[in-house]
Design a protein around this ligand. Structure first.
Ligand code: ADP
Ligand code: MG
Length: 247
């Protein structure tokens, strides 16, 4: 199977007043189409930098980022992004926020069709009935669910999530992990999840990539060979405890 994302020997430094700040070194990551890739690493190691490189918002000093067989040189509309604090337009309803990407990439699509697509997704994440609320009328967890719908409504090649569940309490976070799995069972898409939560990476990832060092480089790549229907309980099996220990 072809790789949807190929990060090959990427090295990057930021130019700062104090001189170059090396952040990533000889990074190699391959994500096959349809796979869920979780990237874990300590704060400040370059995870967000990595997302900007994949989305084409920045170019690496050396190395290459390939997306769908094309060298990434500029920002891409085919990349969906979700962040820890989703920015939602308060003067629009949840439904109107979720259809935003369709207004940009598919302006000629009939409005009813855009709304039907958005409603399908809102239903999948348990937000049916909340579509006419405004963002501030929703809880943080619900807003994050809506932002996930918005990030994939236009069927991007890949969804990149940068610590999307970081601001949520444990219960809400684990609920969202399950939602994420349910969503991908119904609508498979390639995912890169940036997180510093090892349990999250093992629960969601098909492959877990551990970044560390200064500048950060790929330290481990782990295939998470767990059954597709894994539940949260499985995180406490000796097998997984072993894996987390290795990390
Ligand atoms: P992470 O997301 O893993 O916490 P980042 O990719 O945000 O890490 O940042 C990696 C390092 O690069 C940090 O030391 C951060 O301070 C620095 N950095 C991030 N963005 C910039 C920038 N635009 N200019 C200079 N330094 C930056
Ligand atoms: Mg970050």
């Amino acid at each position: 199977m072809a790789n949807l994302i190929d990060i090959k020997g990427v090295t990057h430094a930021y130019r700062t007043k104090a001189g170059p700040l090396p952040v990533l070194r000889e990074l190699n990551i391959a994500v096959p189409e349809g796979e869920f890739c979780a990237v874990v690493g300590p704060s400040g190691c370059g995870k967000s930098t990595l997302t900007r490189l994949v989305a084409g918002l920045m170019k690496p000093d050396t190395g290459e980022v390939w997306l769908h067989g094309e060298l990434v040189k500029s920002p891409r509309k085919t990349v969906g992004m979700a962040f820890q604090n989703p920015v939602m337009l308060e003067w629009r309803t949840i439904l109107q926020n979720v259809i935003l990407p369709l207004e940009i990439v598919a302006p000629s699509m009939p409005r009813a069709q855009k709304e039907a697509r958005a409603m399908d997704l809102l239903e999948m994440v348990g937000l049916a009935g909340f579509e006419h609320k405004t963002p501030s009328q929703l809880s943080g967890g619900m807003r994050q669910r809506a932002s996930l719908c918005r990030a994939i409504v236009h069927k991007p090649d890949v969804l990149i999530m940068d610590e999307p569940f970081g601001a949520l309490d444990n219960f809400t976070r684990e609920d969202l992990w399950q939602t994420m799995r349910d969503l991908r069972a119904k609508e498979p898409f390639t995912c890169v999840l940036i997180t510093h939560d090892l349990r999250e990476s093992v629960f969601l990832g098909d492959q877990v990539i551990v970044l560390s060092g200064r500048p950060a480089t790929t330290q481990y790549v782990m295939d998470v060979a767990l059954p597709a229907d894994r539940t949260l309980d499985i995180l406490y099996t000796p097998e997984v405890a072993d894996m987390l220990h290795i990390l």
